[in-house]
Ligand binder design. Sequence first.
Ligand SMILES: [Fe+2]
Length: 145
Amino acid sequence: MKLKWDDSLELGIEKLDEQRKMLFEKINKSFQDLKFDKQDELTNNQEIKKKLDDLFYFLTDYFATHFKIEEEFHREYNIDGYEKHKRLHQEIIETVNQLKYEFLNSDEKAIDETVFAEIESQVLILWKQHIRQEDMDLKEAVENK
Ligand SMILES: [Fe+2]
């Protein structure tokens, strides 16, 4: 899957939109790299593990920072349901941590692109839905400022 950015995902807050676009690009690049490796005879599981390792560290770091900034906007615009929204962010972070934990504890030989499929189905699709549904309150608040 290629993560596609489109206008319906924009909040109108440059800082957040730019970070999100960057994450989409990073994910796409990671997926692409892995595909390339699979076709390349030189590839080995250690390399794949290293790439996934980097991706997980990037994701946990990214989400923690990004959600914190987003939550500051929620406070600034005094949006209802702050605590609930914060909890939803927390759930996404916990899912990433859970996958990361499973990945770090799995046998190197068993690691393949199914990890990407899991990241995709458990994190990215959920996060895209979150942007489309939950974050629109923020978009509205910005537009009606
Ligand atoms: Fe959010």
